[in-house]
Design a protein around this ligand. Structure first.
Ligand SMILES: Nc1ncnc2c1ncn2[C@@H]1O[C@H](COP(=O)(O)OP(=O)(O)O)[C@@H](O)[C@H]1O
Ligand SMILES: [Mg+2]
Length: 314
């Protein structure tokens, strides 16, 4: 999608038109200037300018986020920081490799290695062996200055809460694409037949990246459910499903509010996960992206950005 066609850009234009504000869209929509008479407000990327610089930077840094949350007593997935050896002036004398191996050894289910400032599930690897760890580290450090390591958790649910000034505006689960075996067809055949054409280009790349040929061609036993991607990113084919009022929604919203308060962030999306029955924060995003949600719930997305923009001009 062109930057200038992002829902974020459209939502700002709609708000400005409805409120008689002038709007200039620059850099293909990456920079937006809104004007209310002599007052001028800026939006950049997915940022409306409501968050302080330090809150924005901490939210973008997965390891700093988990440190702040842990210090504040907010349940979270630990993320340990490792710097690219290119920055070796800042790397501890013992280097990083042994400490990474220690983390791998301490986590029987493996570890997840990801860019410390990544988004959209790009370069997020689940590794269970030393060679796989070496490969993941090499790949991430070829394009990033830092990575974060977490213990792998068997995540039952991941929920996104869009927070504005302590209030949950949107709460939705991210349902991963999955197939159920029939004892006749292979994983690849089931995926090709069950994923609608419009979603294949987001679902299939993850399938080919995560499964080898033997796994793709193996017959899935009847009744057995298989996830097509272990990650919950909407960009890799997970689908947003709004949560109804109730205990789960309340628990996620309360945890997200604690996380937002700990970081001191006003407008953010907070991702919380349930593993072994307990909810914990996985990450906080300072830029609020709702591209995937908007195809199902455009009014809710507009209402959410409009609420944030009202605060911008308050
Ligand atoms: N420690 C972990 N254990 C299990 N799954 C994880 C873990 N960390 C990340 N994931 C999976 O990978 C996805 C992407 O990781 P995330 O930390 O959200 O990075 P990104 O900013 O790229 O979305 C998550 O939605 C989740 O499904
Ligand atoms: Mg994520």
């Amino acid at each position: 999608m062109l930057n200038s066609q992002r829902i974020f850009v459209q939502a700002i234009k709609t708000y400005c038109t409805e409120h008689g504000l002038a709007v200039d869209v620059c850099a293909d929509g990456w920079l937006i200037v809104m004007r209310d008479g002599a007052r001028r407000k800026l939006a950049f990327a997915y940022d409306l300018g409501l968050n302080s610089a330090v809150a924005h930077r901490i939210a973008n840094d997965k390891s700093a986020t988990s440190d702040v949350l842990a210090l504040s007593g907010v349940a979270c997935v630990p993320h340990t920081l490792f710097l690219n050896p290119e920055l070796n002036a800042f790397v501890p004398p013992r280097g990083s490799w042994e400490a990474m191996l220690d983390l791998l050894q301490q986590s029987p289910g493996g570890i997840v290695v990801k860019p410390n400032e990544g988004t959209s599930g790009k370069s997020v690897f689940w590794v269970t062996s030393r060679p796989a760890l070496e490969l993941a580290v090499k790949r991430i450090f070829s394009t990033h200055t830092a990575l974060a390591v977490s213990p792998y958790l068997d995540i039952e649910d991941e929920v996104r809460v869009v927070m504005l000034d302590g209030k949950p505006l949107v709460v939705y689960a991210k349902d991963r694409p999955a197939v159920t075996g029939d004892g006749r067809r292979s994983l690849l055949a089931l995926a090709l037949e069950s994923v609608p054409a419009a979603r294949r280009s987001s679902v299939l790349p993850g399938l080919f990246a995560d499964f080898d040929r033997a796994a793709l061609d193996a017959i899935v036993p009847a009744g057995e459910r298989r996830l097509l991607n272990w990650r919950h990113n909407l960009e890799s084919g997970a689908e947003p499903a709004l949560l109804q009022e109730g205990g789960t929604r309340d628990a996620c919203a309360a945890l997200a509010a604690d996380a937002a308060e700990a970081i001191g962030i006003r407008f953010a999306s907070v991702d919380v996960v349930r593993a072994n029955g307990a909810w914990q924060v996985l990450e906080v995003n300072s830029g609020v992206m709702m591209e995937a949600l908007s195809s199902k719930h455009p009014e809710l997305v507009q209402a959410t950005y409009s609420a944030a923009l009202r605060e911008v001009f308050a």
